[in-house]
Design a protein around this ligand. Structure first.
Ligand code: XBP
Length: 236
């Protein structure tokens, strides 16, 4: 029986990447006086690496942008990432990002049916909290038994660590949980922990390989794909 739903955040609860994280990275670069700019196209490439700090590293390795010669690279990246988090949470607080269709209803139905809830994200904890508080409800973080985020585990998705962490904390068997993800990396991570996974694709991820998913949907909302189909599949 289904005892818990475990949600990814970025791309799954909300389309946070293109108009959220990407914009905030660019704001941080500009504020630091760096002539770097992540277009939507470049960002699509950069998304293959999860984690903001890891993504900046990958960008520097891949595109060799102009770098300040007087700075330690790890310090610079940490500083940019810190600033980016501030810009990103400000975007959320300004109401710039809303939940994907069906998410609110699914979470409400899960709560009514006493299905336990958790979050497993590569993004920073404060980002996940800000999204839940602004897009769902001010007390929404308390609805989730575990909010596993960012550097809480050493290896980010596609490693399975974050999902193992959630299962450990909740003392649950993988077979009693269902994961909602939007990327192949997320699917790989969940699958690595033995978890059944439903994928809701988005523009950045729709061409990825989801052969290992239990179900692939465009979204969880009405009218064409009501989430009743999800309960029908997994909650009976
Ligand atoms: C989302 C990510 C993150 C965010 C940026 O992963 O890949 O890297 O884009 O996050 P998930 P931070 O699908 O696991 O939610 O800047 O906060 O690291």
């Amino acid at each position: 029986t289904l005892q818990a739903l475990i949600f990814d955040v970025d791309g799954t609860l909300a389309e946070t990447e293109r108009d959220g994280h990407r914009v905030a990275f660019n704001q941080a670069f500009a504020a630091a006086g760096l002539p770097w700019y992540w277009s939507e196209g470049i960002y699509g490439v950069l998304l293959q690496v999860a984690g903001g700090k890891e993504r900046i590293h990958f960008f520097i390795d891949k595109y060799a942008p102009p770098l300040p010669s007087d700075r330690d690279l790890d310090d610079l990246i940490a500083e940019l990432h810190h600033a980016k988090t501030g810009y990103y949470t400000a975007l959320l607080q300004a109401g710039q990002i809303s939940l994907r269709p069906g998410i609110k209803r699914l979470i409400n139905e899960a709560r009514q049916q006493n299905v336990r809830l958790a979050i497993a994200t590569t993004s920073r904890l404060e980002n996940a909290l800000a999204l839940l508080e602004t897009a769902l409800a001010p007390d929404a973080p308390s609805w989730f038994e575990v909010i596993a985020a960012g550097d809480i585990v050493p290896r980010k998705k596609p490693a399975a660590d974050i999902y193992h962490y959630v299962l450990d904390k909740m003392a649950l068997d993988a077979q009693n949980c269902l994961v909602i993800e939007d990327t192949e990396h997320g699917l790989t991570a969940a699958q690595g922990a033995g978890l059944t996974t439903v994928i809701t694709v988005n523009e950045y991820t729709k061409r990825q390989n989801f052969a290992a998913a239990a179900l692939v949907l465009n979204h969880l909302g009405k009218p064409d794909q009501p989430c009743e189909s999800l309960w029908g599949h997994f909650l009976t």
